[in-house]
Design a binder for this molecule. Structure first.
Ligand code: ADP
Ligand code: MG
Length: 268
């Protein structure tokens, strides 16, 4: 579905992404993890041509991304940005309808079909009851759902999410990520999610890409990527990795400085 070939990118002189190659299969749920500044957001931006790599290329269904028209990209790939703000107090329904713009003719008027699709997107994301409210007076969790609905109204094949659970309380984190998972499992959407939350990434993603300094340090299923060695090496802090007793997926616990519980536990 999406094929990255030896992609490198720099904003100024230093390379921020270096020689990134991997392939995203249709219907996969991929997590991109790594410390601050490791290149997660930059990588997502190259996947929808918000940024164009200086070396290498991105292919979408075998077509080079650089040869595609902007509207064509938007009909395939939707982005939910990290900072889901709006500077203008649009109503929720107006915001969601913006997702239809890649499909509108040159007059840019939405028709009844567009409104129908926007309504469906608001129904899936459970924001129909707030569809007439202004986006700037919603809670963080509600606003995130509006941006997901806008992405869904685009009827894309792929959704790119940058730190979707940051700033959400645990209830809204689970709600939100369960919604993403159902879009993936039930509607076959391909998901690429950058996340700081290693436990969420471990629980939900089919495969993880661990970035360090703009390079792929490790790529594979969570069990191969979320190991004590990998995480300590890349993040430079002590962690304890065991198994979530319910899901059996790797689970990370942070350790205080000087805490020697790993060694103690291992000895016992
Ligand atoms: P992450 O999302 O993993 O925290 P980013 O992709 O945002 O990392 O950033 C990777 C590197 O690129 C960082 O060193 C950051 O300072 C730099 N960077 C990000 N955006 C810009 C920009 N617009 N101009 C110049 N450098 C940038
Ligand atoms: Mg980022």
């Amino acid at each position: 579905m999406i094929d990255l070939r030896s992609l490198s990118f720099r904003y100024r002189q230093d390379w921020v992404l270096q020689d990134i190659s991997f392939r995203i299969e249709k219907g996969e749920f991929i997590g991109v993890i790594g410390p601050n500044g490791s290149g997660k957001s930059t990588l997502l931006k190259t996947l929808c041509r918000l940024l164009s790599p200086q070396k290498g290329e991105v292919l979408v269904n075998s077509t080079p991304l650089k040869d595609m028209k902007q509207g064509e990209i938007a009909r395939k790939i939707a982005v939910v940005p990290q900072e889901a703000y709006s500077l203008f107090p649009f109503r929720v329904v107006e915001m969601v309808l913006m997702g239809r713009s890649p499909y509108l003719g040159h007059l840019m008027f939405e028709g009844s079909k567009d409104l129908e699709i926007a309504k469906k997107a608001m129904d899936w994301t459970e924001i129909l009851p707030i569809s007439e409210r202004s986006v700037d007076e919603l809670s963080g969790g509600e606003r995130k759902r509006v941006f997901i609905a806008r992405a869904l109204a685009q009827e894309p094949e792929v959704i790119l999410l940058d730190e979707p659970t940051a700033n959400l309380d645990i209830h809204h984190q689970v709600d939100f990520i369960d919604l993403i998972l159902s879009l993936n499992r039930e509607r076959g959407l391909t998901i690429v999610m950058a996340s700081h939350d290693l436990n969420i990434a471990s629980e939900y993603c089919d495969r993880l890409i661990l970035l360090r300094g703009g390079k792929i340090y490790k790529i594979g299923p969570p069990r191969e990527v979320i190991t004590r060695e990998n995480i300590e090496e890349v993040y430079g802090c002590k962690v304890w990795v065991d198994e979530n007793p319910i899901s059996k997926m790797p689970r990370i616990t942070l350790l205080k400085k000087g805490e020697h519980s790993i060694e103690t536990l291992e000895r016992d």
